[in-house]
Write a protein that binds this ligand. Structure first.
Ligand SMILES: Cc1cc2nc3c(=O)[nH]c(=O)nc-3n(C[C@H](O)[C@H](O)[C@H](O)COP(=O)(O)OP(=O)(O)OC[C@H]3O[C@@H](n4cnc5c(N)ncnc54)[C@H](O)[C@@H]3O)c2cc1C
Ligand SMILES: NC(=O)c1ccc[n+]([C@@H]2O[C@H](COP(=O)([O-])OP(=O)(O)OC[C@H]3O[C@@H](n4cnc5c(N)ncnc54)[C@H](O)[C@@H]3O)[C@@H](O)[C@H]2O)c1
Length: 455
């Protein structure tokens, strides 16, 4: 057996979180081994954020063209999925080839080791028959995989996950989407706009069930307007595939759904057991690796990204990566703070949110004041016309007089969210926000109206 190889830090998993930690530490002069089982860059650039947002951009263009007759004349558009698939293949993913990303890491001085990493006790990682001993420690950044619900018949069928959807060269004529969370609603809208007959099946009583009820209602409204069928409060009871099409039997419904494809978008799980986390005293059955505010998960052990269970978003993984880097380098800096965690579902209209929902705030025993103002009631919303669906919802901690949560849905809702993100993060008193100047006529002026409507 070969001798253990010495290094300063081993980073297991080079998605957005791991790549940022590994690259920054290598640039800082540490000897860093980055272990990656698939593609350097992880889920986000190849099978998630980037290709899905290219799809969204294309679907939104089609929808905008559809609004031309109401406002500007005539427009005839012919959806062509080949353009979208080609852009994803050639521009976004380089044919699912990570050479550029791998070179980016090694150019910073990092050592790339391809293979599956496993912990072998504190400070130690094995990859195949090699064992690395990390003087400073190990960073876990292995992300998540799709959660496949235990629906009878599902296993063994050629169902799609996000990976198949992102690589699709052709769209099916019909599709059932299991799960009406972020992935389900974004992709359902895109596929519907490219003329696929989509049915979304969501187990909770509304779409985007972790967000405000108004957000779920809006998502259902716009999906239906795009021709999709939205079924909430029901789950798949049985799935089968006859070699040609899927049949889905729903709980409590007689009606059978038939479709060419079935997309499973029912959440993600962190798989801790193959990482052998028990060798460092962590529970392999846990859903996430618990970390402190400096991303420490044990002595000489850090974790960043989806694996920490603090919000499965690229911006969270990179935020945490920066904190872990500081800690490993012994530099001072604030601990992780998730009070103002922003997220945007890139439907059209975009549905952005930050901080707590009204319900979450009440569950924490806070006394809240809230308001909801429709974007269409603002001057800019009215000028915009078709496509102006959306609202601003504010959640104020009534005792402290600061915003603790907000939703910004509407045209560019994710961009409008930024001001609310700052307000929640910096705890700017509502009284001060009510007395600043809001540009006329912008979408974000709806925030001023919502501040005035807090009750
Ligand atoms: C369809 C879709 C759309 C999304 N859209 C957005 C969006 O618009 N905005 C947003 O913020 N987030 C979005 N997300 C979420 C985002 O992709 C994730 O939050 C982000 O990729 C997490 O980064 P990570 O570094 O934690 O892990 P990942 O990106 O999952 O990377 C983990 C890496 O670790 C590797 N790995 C795993 N196990 C091992 C092992 N044992 N040894 C070596 N390597 C290993 C994997 O191969 C992978 O490369 C989306 C997700 C999906 C599925
Ligand atoms: N724009 C973005 O930032 C973006 C986009 C896509 C994904 N993501 C990230 O990826 C994560 C995973 O996305 P996701 O949409 O798979 O998960 P999700 O957790 O957001 O939503 C999953 C949905 O599936 C439902 N569900 C679960 N089991 C079901 C069943 N058996 N039948 C019917 N419905 C069922 C849940 O009630 C939930 O609403 C998200 O939580 C998010 O963090 C982010």
């Amino acid at each position: 057996m070969s001798a253990n190889e010495q290094t300063d830090v081993v980073v297991v998993g080079l998605g957005p979180g791991g790549e940022h930690v590994a690259g920054t530490l290598a640039e800082a002069g540490l000897d860093v081994v980055g272990v990656e089982a698939e593609l350097v860059g992880g889920e986000c650039p190849y099978w998630a954020c980037v290709p899905s947002k290219m799809m969204v951009r294309a679907g939104s263009l089609l929808a905008e063209a559809g609004r031309v007759p109401a406002l500007a004349g005539e427009a005839v558009v012919t959806p062509d999925w080949a353009r979208v698939a080609g852009r994803i293949r050639d521009e976004a993913t380089d044919g699912w080839n990570d050479q550029v990303a791998a070179d980016r890491f090694t150019a910073k001085g990092g050592r790339l080791v391809r293979g599956t990493g496993r912990l072998a006790g504190p400070h130690r990682v094995t990859v195949g028959d090699r064992t690395f001993e990390a003087r400073r420690g190990v960073v876990l950044a292995t992300g998540t995989r799709p959660r496949i619900p235990p629906v009878p018949g599902l296993e063994g069928t050629p169902y799609w996950t996000n990976r198949d959807a992102m690589a699709a060269e052709e769209l099916p004529a019909s599709m059932v989407v299991l799960g009406g969370g972020a992935i389900g609603v974004e992709l359902a809208q895109v596929f519907a706009r490219f003329t696929c007959a989509v049915t979304v099946v969501e187990g909770q009583d509304r779409l985007l069930s972790q967000e405000e009820p108004e957000a779920g209602e809006l998502a259902a409204q716009v999906l239906r307007a795009d021709g999709a069928t939205v079924l909430t409060g029901t789950r798949a009871r049985q799935v089968s595939h006859d070699g040609r099409e899927f049949t889905v039997r729903l709980e409590g419904e007689e009606q059978l759904l038939r479709a060419d494809r079935l997309l499973v978008a029912t959440g993600r799980v962190a798989d801790l057991s193959p990482l052998a986390v028990h060798t460092v005293g962590l529970d392999p059955a846990a859903g996430a690796v618990p970390t402190d505010g400096h991303m420490r998960a044990g002595e000489g052990l850090w974790a960043v990204g989806d694996i920490t269970g603090r919000g499965a978003f690229t911006h969270v993984s990179m935020y945490q990566a920066e904190i872990a880097v500081r800690d490993i380098l012994g530099r001072p800096g604030p601990a992780a703070d998730y009070r103002a965690l922003p997220r945007v579902t890139f439907t059209d209209p975009e549905i952005g949110a930050v901080g707590l929902t009204e319900r979450r705030a009440q569950e924490q025993g806070l006394r809240v004041r809230t308001s909801v103002v429709r974007v269409a009631s603002s001057t800019r919303g009215w000028i915009h016309g078709p496509g102006n669906e959306g609202f601003i919802k504010l959640v104020e901690d009534a005792d402290r007089g600061v915003l603790i949560g907000a939703t910004s849905a509407g045209p560019m809702g994710g961009e409008v969210l930024y001001g609310l993100n700052v307000a929640v993060h910096a705890e700017i008193p509502v009284d001060r926000l009510q007395h600043m100047i809001y540009t006329y006529p912008t979408f974000h002026r709806t925030i001023e109206a919502a501040l005035g409507a807090l009750r």
